[in-house]
Write a protein that binds this ligand. Structure first.
Ligand SMILES: [Zn+2]
Length: 154
């Protein structure tokens, strides 16, 4: 560490750090150990000027913490701010669930009505996950890769 080089900025850094911590405490008053190691500086920079209802967020966080489909509990905090589901690492459909949906559809993509092999298709939530749809065989449909890409906007 080149100590002397950084010393003039130390006070600024400390003030910034304090501002980040204060903001986190206001938006998320209920501390959980999952809050460690999150890139709070980035989230603070992006969202510090937005208004959040911390009570509502807490209710949602508590619900997501108990949701079996949420693979990344730590990602919940980033998700409730960014609304990007990728942070939740939502459980993928199992090979059996995919097979079941594939057989039910007789290998036909529900969008383009073309026939595909199982390995040419991808699983999709019928009832979207964000509106309460679960990662179950009943809620699974198989789409061809192209239609799945179009649907998920990737
Ligand atoms: Zn298709």
């Amino acid at each position: 560490m080149a100590k002397n080089q950084h010393e003039p900025n130390a006070n600024e850094i400390w003030l910034y750090f304090q501002a980040v911590i204060s903001w986190v405490k206001i938006v998320f008053p209920n501390y959980r150990r999952e809050m460690k190691g999150i890139d709070w500086g980035f989230l603070y920079n992006e969202y510090k000027n937005e208004k959040f209802d911390s009570k509502k967020l807490e209710t949602e966080i508590a619900r997501l913490m108990e949701d079996e489909d949420v693979g990344s509990k730590k990602g919940i905090y980033t998700y409730v701010l960014t609304r990007k589901e990728k942070h939740l690492n939502i459980r993928a459909f199992s090979p059996n669930q995919k097979r079941e949906a594939y057989e039910r559809q007789k290998g036909v993509c529900v969008v383009c009505k073309e026939h595909f092999e199982l390995n040419e298709m991808e699983a999709d939530h019928i009832d979207p996950w964000h509106s309460g749809g679960k990662t179950t065989a009943e809620n699974c449909q198989m789409l061809c890769r192209e239609d799945n890409r179009r649907k998920s906007g990737k």
